[in-house]
Design a binder for this molecule. Structure first.
Ligand code: ADE
Length: 247
């Protein structure tokens, strides 16, 4: 996969891809990540990329010319491999695991980072395939959002994770993770649940699934609507609801 990120602050994105597992993914050739300075596509002595909004108001708006110039040049450079063009913006569709999976199947992504005040509407209308928000809060710009999207997408690329861990993730559906423990078996008077030390894999799997259900029911009941549950698991949730009513 190739990911190009268009930004006026390429330095902001040096950190996330220069460390840890993303760095290794790049080194292993799973993904090519290129940071491209939008200003190099701007004209004039000052290479201006933004301007005051028509109609007045505060803040600056990203001009269409540098963005069009950049995207068209990069698309041409890519030849047959057209990039899916994504604008990071708080007005976009909220990013989730399903979108990460969908994007991980693309050959080429082009992420556009602008400042939060906005971008000329003609860019949204004709240059961009998708608009993505990483959550209902306002960042100073799209760079950190792009880093989040890249991280979530790259870890889904074949060969990135240990075999089996993605399968486990998809089996858990949209439930929250069960509690995890490691050595020592007792720490400051807090013991690891005995079932995890029992060696009984079927019991452990059942316990974990129940813990996931409990945790999701308590913290993120909205996720249960989408979860794939067996009739027994539905019954278990009803039991939890009854218990709460009685307490
Ligand atoms: N730019 C500013 N805020 C953002 C957000 N929440 N998601 C994506 N891009 C952004």
């Amino acid at each position: 996969m190739k990911i190009e990120i268009l930004t006026i602050f390429p330095g902001m994105l040096a950190g996330p891809f220069g460390e840890s597992m993303l760095k290794r993914a790049v080194e292993r050739g799973l993904v090519q990540i290129e940071r491209i300075d939008l200003r190099s596509f701007a004209r004039g002595r000052h290479r201006q990329v933004d301007d005051a909004p028509y109609g007045g108001g505060s803040g600056m708006v990203f001009k269409p010319e540098p963005l069009f110039e950049a995207v068209e040049t990069l698309q041409q450079r890519g030849g047959d491999m057209r990039a899916r063009v994504i604008l990071l913006t708080p007005q976009g569709r909220t990013f989730d695991q399903e979108m990460a999976l969908e994007l991980s199947r693309e050959k080429r992504l082009l992420l556009l980072c602008t400042r939060y005040e906005g971008v000329d509407e003609r860019v949204r209308e004709t240059l961009v395939d998708d608009e993505i928000s990483i959550g209902d809060y306002i960042l100073t710009g799209g760079e950190l959002a792009a880093a989040v999207v890249v991280d979530a997408v790259v870890r889904l690329l074949p060969g990135f994770l240990e075999e089996g861990s993605l399968l486990e993730e998809s089996h858990s559906g949209s439930l929250l993770e069960y509690p995890q423990y490691t050595r020592p078996p007792e720490f400051r008077g807090m013991a690891v649940p005995p079932v995890l030390l029992s060696g009984d894999h079927a019991r452990i799997a059942r316990w974990r699934r129940e813990q996931s259900l409990r945790r999701t029911w308590r913290r993120r009941p909205d996720l249960l609507r989408r979860a794939k549950l067996t009739p027994e698991e539905r019954l278990f949730l009803e039991k939890l609801a009854d218990e709460q009513r009685l307490s």
